[in-house]
Design a protein around this ligand. Structure first.
Ligand code: FAD
Length: 437
């Protein structure tokens, strides 16, 4: 079967079989039970932001694009800002929320830095530190904007929605166009063909590791989204027999759709490479989790319901132990380590990823937008952990707590774990496609 991948994953020293075994046997079942916990299932997001790049497409009117918001009383008290005396940390985090990166106007911030240093006040310093902190972010966080609302992810599973055609293609095209790096490559790729063939990506045509990694993460995310829609396809709106029946219809695996999207015959040989990119994206996020494990072990996972919070802390520690025992993690130190060019490259990499998170506001289907935002925020959080330079696992000790001012907001933690959960589920779903093809 074309989806029976073999050998090592390019740019990593890791074998496909090792990932399959670790994921399907150890990681996927743990994530499955962890991500239904309240801390992870309620995700605050602004789905009403205007597309900053072009006039909004007419919003998808299909009923499967609809997002269910939460009833106020279903949200755990701690997430709504109610605290108890036990939760000092929550209060501390709430104070720090004001430091978090909103979609700031950087030119204004930079202009501000040119003003006289002698004028500085407490709020000036605060703004400087905000600007400084903004440089760590690889994606837009909009959870504390006025229009942000809690969404129950369990009520809104990622699956086939019917979103397709020019609107969906424009999004993917724009995302892949972000892959044109100027700092390194002297041959910018043609804007007419953003879907870069694998052979060009790997054949050293002026494409450096960082540029390739960027492409492979995006392509891995694209594969993951498309695998989910094939695995949770609307088979029939009426029939009441096959797979999984809900009041909205029958949902289940669509093998033909999977073959159309990934078989070499229908993708000019590219499909299996796209599937391998899924593994690459998975390894990046898993490495970020391994790196940030000491930080996460100290997290309270506060929802205001102590019994649940304790269960989450135990489950997280168990998951992190498994992740840390993975034998061949991605080695992020091989990226951005070439002096001045690398600094520029990293800056460009970050800007481009930020742009991808903004493009998510142009997705014309609310449910796709929700999961697109969550998954790019998760990936952006992984990049922040790996490349912002703020988190040094060697220096981290529970006694000094959060060295180098590194911190993660709840939204980032929720996005990272759920995004990793999506990639993990895709790898698990591939296994069942393999058994059925
Ligand atoms: P597309 O998937 O639109 O791909 C366009 C082109 O990209 C292909 O022709 C191919 O040349 C290339 N390509 C395809 N896959 C890869 C890859 N992995 N790596 C590199 N290049 C590739 N639909 C749903 O039903 N449910 C969802 O939840 C959903 N979420 C979405 C989220 C986002 C952010 C976006 C942009 C779209 C989402 N969609 C969703 C739509 C879905 O991804 C497809 O765009 C749609 O089904 C149309 O598919 P297509 O066959 O035309 O090719």
């Amino acid at each position: 079967c074309f989806c029976q991948l073999q050998g090592t994953i390019d740019d990593c020293s890791c074998n496909v079989d090792t990932v399959d075994y670790y994921n399907n046997v150890k990681i996927y079942p743990r994530l499955k039970s962890l991500l239904v916990k309240d801390y992870f299932r309620y995700y605050k997001v602004n789905l009403r932001r205007q597309c900053p790049f072009w006039a909004d497409d007419s919003k998808c009117a299909m009923r499967f694009c609809h997002v269910e918001y939460c009833e106020e009383n279903s949200i755990p008290p701690g997430l709504k800002g109610e605290t108890n005396e036990m939760s000092h940390k929550y209060l501390k985090d709430a104070e720090q929320m004001t430091n978090c990166y909103e979609d700031n106007d950087h030119n204004r911030e930079l202009g501000y830095l040119n003003t006289s240093i002698s004028d500085k006040t407490y709020s000036d310093i605060q703004r400087w530190s905000n600007y400084d902190e903004a440089q760590d972010y690889f994606c837009i966080l909009d959870d504390h904007q006025e229009d942000a609302e809690y969404v129950d992810l369990l009520l809104n599973p990622e699956r086939y929605t019917g979103y397709k055609g020019e609107s969906a293609h424009r999004i993917w095209r724009s995302i892949y166009l972000e892959n044109c790096f100027q700092s390194h490559s002297d041959k910018p790729k043609s804007p007419q063909s953003p879907f870069i063939p694998y052979k060009d990506m790997m054949a050293g045509n002026g494409v450096c590791l960082e540029e390739r990694a960027f492409y492979r993460m995006v392509s891995g995310l694209h594969s993951s989204i498309n695998i989910h829609l094939c695995a949770n396809y609307l088979l029939s709106e009426n029939q009441k027999t096959l797979d999984f029946v809900t009041p909205t219809g029958v949902w289940g695996t669509n093998l033909d759709e999977f073959e159309r999207r990934f078989s070499p015959a229908s993708t000019d040989g590219e499909g299996p490479h796209w599937l391998r990119n899924l593994y690459f994206a998975y390894l990046i996020e898993m490495r970020a989790l391994a790196k940030v494990a000491p930080y996460l072990r100290n997290e309270e996972f506060y929802t205001g319901v102590e019994k649940d919070d304790k269960e989450v802390r135990v489950a997280i520690k168990d998951l992190l132990n498994v992740i840390e025992s993975f034998p061949s993690h991605f080695n992020e130190s091989v990226m951005f380590n070439g002096g001045t060019t690398s600094i520029k490259l990293k800056h460009e990499f970050r800007e481009k990823f930020l742009n991808i998170s903004k493009i998510m506001d142009c997705v014309g289907c609310d449910k796709c937008r929700l999961w697109g935002k969550l998954q790019t925020q998760g990936m952006g959080t992984a990049l922040k952990i790996l490349f912002s330079g703020k988190f040094d696992e060697q220096k981290f000790s529970p006694n000094t707590n959060k060295p180098n001012s590194f911190k993660l907001k709840r939204t980032e933690i929720v996005a990272l774990l759920n995004a990793f959960g999506r990639l993990s589920t895709s790898i698990h779903e591939l296994e069942s496609f393999r058994n059925r093809v």
